[in-house]
Design a protein around this ligand. Structure first.
Ligand SMILES: *[C@@H]1O[C@H](CO)[C@@H](O)[C@H](O)[C@H]1NC(C)=O
Ligand SMILES: *[C@@H]1O[C@H](CO)[C@@H](O)[C@H](O)[C@H]1NC(C)=O
Ligand SMILES: *[C@@H]1O[C@H](CO)[C@@H](O)[C@H](O)[C@H]1NC(C)=O
Ligand SMILES: *[C@@H]1O[C@H](CO)[C@@H](O)[C@H](O)[C@H]1NC(C)=O
Ligand SMILES: *[C@@H]1O[C@H](CO)[C@@H](O)[C@H](O)[C@H]1NC(C)=O
Ligand SMILES: *[C@@H]1O[C@H](CO)[C@@H](O)[C@H](O)[C@H]1NC(C)=O
Ligand SMILES: *[C@@H]1O[C@H](CO)[C@@H](O)[C@H](O)[C@H]1NC(C)=O
Ligand SMILES: *[C@@H]1O[C@H](CO)[C@@H](O)[C@H](O)[C@H]1NC(C)=O
Ligand SMILES: *[C@@H]1O[C@H](CO)[C@@H](O)[C@H](O)[C@H]1NC(C)=O
Ligand SMILES: *[C@@H]1O[C@H](CO)[C@@H](O)[C@H](O)[C@H]1NC(C)=O
Ligand SMILES: [Cu+2]
Length: 218
C-alpha cells in the first residue's frame, strides 16, 4: 500500500512526499489528489478539503487515537482541535507545550491523545482534528479529519507504530513544572514572547511552529 502510494506520488511529480492521515479518516486523500485538484497539503487550515467532504468518525469523549503515515526523514507534528461544524478556529492544542519530533518514515500511532480537562466536549459534539507537520524548510503541511465525540466510541482498530518520536519542550511557560530538559532556543522564546498569549492557543502554537522551523531551516 505504501509502495502504491509512493508510485502515485512519483507519477504526480509532487516535490516532497508529505504525509497521510490514516485515522481518523481524513476529509480527503490529499496524497493522491489529481494534479488539477484544489487539494494541497500546503493549504491552511485543511489542505483545501471542505468540512463534510469526508466521513465523520466517532471519537471518544475524553480523547482517542490518531494514526499518521509519515514519508519524511523527520518532522515536527502538531495536533489541534476545533469544535463545531466547519470551524476555522483550531484553538485547542492536543500537543500541549511540546512539539513532537518524529524520526523516520512510517506509521506513527498516537494512541492516547487526551483533550484538555476543561474542553467541555459533550456527547454528539462535532469537531475537526487538524494535523500540522513542519519540516526543515519551515513550511507547514495540513490535513484534517472530522470527528463526532461519542461516549462509546472506540479507538483506532489497528494503530501501528514504526517510527520514533521525542518530545521537545517549546518553552512557553518557563516557570512551569514540565522539567528542565527543554531544548529551548531563542526562536521558541521569541515566538512565545512576540505572540504573548497562552501557549494553549492554537494561533500561538502554529505561529510558534513556523517561527521555530524558520529558525532551523530558512
Ligand atoms: C466514507 O465511508 C464510506 C464507507 O466506509 C466509504 O465508502 C467512502 O469512500 C468514505 N468517503 C470518503 C470521502 O472517504
Ligand atoms: C464552510 O465554511 C466556509 C467559509 O468559512 C464556506 O465557504 C463553506 O461553504 C462551508 N462549508 C460547509 C460544508 O458548510
Ligand atoms: C475557540 O473558538 C471558538 C469558536 O470561535 C470559541 O467559541 C471559543 O471560545 C474559543 N476557545 C478558546 C479557548 O479560545
Ligand atoms: C528532530 O529530529 C531530527 C532527526 O532525528 C534531528 O536532526 C533534529 O535535530 C531534531 N530536532 C530537535 C529540536 O530535537
Ligand atoms: C468549560 O466550562 C467551564 C465552566 O463553565 C468554563 O470555566 C471553561 O472556560 C469552559 N472551557 C472552555 C474551553 O470553554
Ligand atoms: C454506552 O454504552 C453503555 C453500555 O453499553 C450504554 O448503557 C450507554 O447508553 C451507551 N452510551 C451512549 C451515549 O451510547
Ligand atoms: C497494522 O498492523 C496490522 C497487523 O500487522 C495490519 O493488519 C494493519 O493493516 C496495519 N495497519 C496499517 C494502517 O498499516
Ligand atoms: C505557568 O506555570 C505556573 C506554575 O506551574 C502556573 O502557575 C501558571 O499558571 C502557568 N502559566 C501559564 C500561562 O500557563
Ligand atoms: C534530562 O535528560 C537526561 C538525559 O537525557 C536524563 O537523564 C534526566 O533524567 C532528564 N531530567 C529530567 C528532569 O527530565
Ligand atoms: C535547569 O538546568 C540548568 C543547567 O543545568 C540549571 O542552571 C537550572 O537551574 C535548571 N533549572 C531548573 C528549574 O531546575
Ligand atoms: Cu512532503
Amino acid at each position: 500500500m505504501m509502495f502504491k502510494t509512493a508510485l502515485a506520488l512519483a507519477s504526480a511529480q509532487i516535490a516532497a512526499a508529505h504525509y497521510g492521515l490514516v485515522y481518523p479518516e481524513w476529509r480527503a486523500d490529499t496524497l493522491n489528489a489529481p494534479e488539477d485538484s484544489p487539494l494541497s497539503q500546503w493549504t491552511y487550515p485543511c489542505a483545501g478539503a471542505d468540512f463534510g467532504s469526508g466521513n465523520i468518525t466517532e471519537w471518544p469523549l475524553e480523547g482517542g487515537s490518531i494514526q499518521l503515515d509519515l514519508h519524511h526523514a523527520w518532522t515536527y507534528v502538531f495536533l489541534n482541535l476545533g469544535l463545531g461544524e466547519n470551524t476555522t478556529d483550531f484553538n485547542i492544542t492536543l500537543t500541549h507545550h511540546q512539539l513532537m519530533n518524529t524520526t523516520g518514515k512510517g506509521l506513527l500511532c498516537l494512541d492516547d491523545i487526551r483533550l484538555p480537562d476543561n474542553s467541555n466536549v459533550t456527547q454528539g459534539a462535532v469537531g475537526t482534528l487538524q494535523v500540522v507537520t513542519v519540516g526543515d524548510t519551515g513550511s507547514a503541511l495540513y490535513n484534517c479529519a472530522d470527528i463526532r465525540f461519542t461516549a462509546n466510541a472506540t479507538k483506532a482498530p489497528t494503530c501501528n507504530n514504526t517510527v520514533q518520536h521525542s518530545f521537545v519542550q517549546t518553552g512557553g511557560n518557563s516557570s512551569g513544572s514540565s522539567g528542565n530538559n527543554s531544548t529551548q532556543s531563542g526562536n521558541d522564546k521569541g515566538a512565545a514572547g512576540i505572540l504573548g498569549v497562552n501557549m494553549l492557543s492554537v494561533t500561538t502554537f502554529t505561529g510558534l511552529a513556523v517561527v521555530f522551523a524558520m529558525g532551523l531551516g530558512m
